[in-house]
Design a binder for this molecule. Structure first.
Ligand code: GDP
Length: 302
């Protein structure tokens, strides 16, 4: 399947539900106040966020004036371009430092553990030597899940006893990664509710401790967000950003979400690139974020 059709399939709920009205709004009618009102409502309902929606509308109104457009159909390709220009091209991840230490953070249920498994298979297949740290010591199931993936991919997993100190597990994992000369150490962290002060304090500690095991680490902090949780995910992201230096977002469950528009809000309101997107449950469904395929996918139904 080509990249574009894969994204179209993954985003079909979003393109039908959230953006499904675009075709009728931008039908071959005259541009009226109603056109702008309907477009605004659609973009807000798609979870683009108020700021992004206003800036897109302002840009389209300006273009309409300067280009002298009168028919609403003329707006479609401009809308596509405006959407595309608001997405950050994900930076190329630098694995120059050996080991590159990646902390993976996010609340329980966001898809953090399966995402780590999917990323592991991606990097192992790309020829990287990997080590996993199972520092979500509060959830035996998460540790077991990582062990199973580790065995399957022949990747060493460092885990502690249940309820043991997550910082100690993270420390051992990074130390082991340095000793074994792996390319990447990926550390799973606890994800009890973000509003719990303890979780954020614990994350800060894991972050510090990892830097003691290997100065300069962590080199990446990836925040896993569930696309189906809409504005709530933004709120979570703000809390995580306050606690640790988040370098990028992994947006999971885009296939289950009808409001993929939140990808725009994340980038605009948090200034964070989306590195990967989850378009399904299978390992190959975690895919590097592709702004062109994303915009094509959300507007595919038009
Ligand atoms: P954690 O609590 O954050 O570690 O979450 P899990 O990794 O256990 O995932 C929670 C559920 O979300 C599991 O049933 C996963 O299969 C599912 N999941 C994760 N990512 C995706 C995705 O991109 N699409 C879909 N449809 N399901 C996903």
């Amino acid at each position: 399947m080509s990249i574009f059709s894969r994204w179209r399939e993954g985003l079909s709920r979003t393109s039908k539900a959230a953006f499904g009205q675009i075709a009728s709004i931008l039908g071959a009618t005259e541009i009226t106040d109603e056109t702008w009102d309907d477009l605004e409502a659609t973009l807000i309902q798609a979870d683009l966020g108020i700021e992004t929606t206003s800036s897109i509308l302002d840009a389209l109104k300006r273009l309409t004036r300067t280009e002298g457009w009168t028919r609403s159909g003329e707006l479609f390709s401009a809308l596509k371009q405006e959407l595309r220009s608001r997405l950050i091209v994900p930076p190329i991840i630098d694995f120059g430092i050996k080991p590159t230490v990646i902390l993976v953070v996010g609340v329980n249920g966001s898809g953090k553990t399966t995402t780590i498994a999917k990323l592991s298979s991606l990097y192992v297949n790309a020829g990287k030597k990997l080590l996993l740290g199972a520092a979500d010591t509060f959830r035996a199931a998460a540790v077991d899940q990582l062990q199973v993936w580790g065995d399957r991919l022949n990747v060493e997993v460092i885990a502690g006893a249940p309820e043991s100190d997550p910082g100690a597990v993270a420390f051992s994992a990074v130390q082991a990664g340095v000793a074994r000369e792996v390319d990447i150490v990926m550390v799973d962290t606890a994800g009890r509710l973000h509003t719990r002060f303890n979780l954020m304090e614990e994350l800060k500690k894991v972050n510090r401790v990892v830097g003691k095991a290997f100065p300069g680490a962590p080199h990446q902090v990836w925040l896993v967000l569930d696309a189906t949780t809409g504005q709530n995910a933004l709120q979570q992201a703000r809390s995580f950003k306050d606690a640790v230096n988040v370098t990028g977002v992994i947006l999971t469950k885009l296939d289950s979400s009808a409001r993929g528009g939140m990808a725009f809000a994340i980038q605009r309101e948090l200034g964070l690139p989306i590195l990967f997107a989850g378009l399904g449950e299978k390992p190959e469904d975690l895919t590097p974020f592709d702004p062109d395929a994303f915009v094509d996918g959300i507007l595919a139904d038009q």
